[in-house]
Design a binder for this molecule. Structure first.
Ligand SMILES: [Zn+2]
Ligand SMILES: [Zn+2]
Ligand SMILES: [Zn+2]
Length: 144
């Protein structure tokens, strides 16, 4: 379920752009907020069609971009040659990306967040957000 606050934020953003919160946009927002993982646009499209939702690839791509601009969705590049998306509602975390199986593990530590702030502060820089991706081999793949 989409929470009312997210929907309200999206509606306000669309209104600012002179755009409407159409049935299609509501459907896409709902599909996106059902996901708790890091999905690609094509994977989302596949599951939406499986659930009987009719949406064109171009429309979905446009809407994902829009949700990113609205700050409701985050983009991440895991070196797969396509963009991954995740809901922006989750707390700040870093990504461990396995280069063998492609799995993505979320990790977070307050110490890292502090270090980011400290490094930025040395340059008088204000941090809005940051992205760190650590590439390597996951536990499962190391056993193979
Ligand atoms: Zn991927
Ligand atoms: Zn792996
Ligand atoms: Zn994540």
């Amino acid at each position: 379920m989409i929470n009312a606050e997210i929907e309200a934020r999206y509606k306000a953003f669309l209104a600012e752009q002179g755009m409407l919160f159409t049935r299609e946009r509501a459907t896409i927002l709902e599909a996106v907020y059902k996901r708790e993982d890091h999905f690609s646009a094509d994977d989302l499209l596949f599951h939406m069609r499986q659930d009987g939702m009719e949406v064109s690839r171009a429309t979905l791509y446009r809407n994902l971009k829009l949700l990113c601009t609205a700050g409701l969705l985050l983009e991440a590049d895991f070196g797969h040659g396509h963009t991954h998306y995740e809901r922006a509602a989750t707390t700040q975390h870093e990504h461990l990306v396995c280069e063998k199986c492609g799995c993505v593990i979320e990790v977070s530590t307050a110490r890292f967040a502090e270090a980011v702030q400290q490094v930025a502060a040395t340059q008088g820089f204000t941090v809005e957000h940051h992205q760190l991706r650590i590439f390597g081999t996951c536990k499962k793949c190391q056993k193979k």
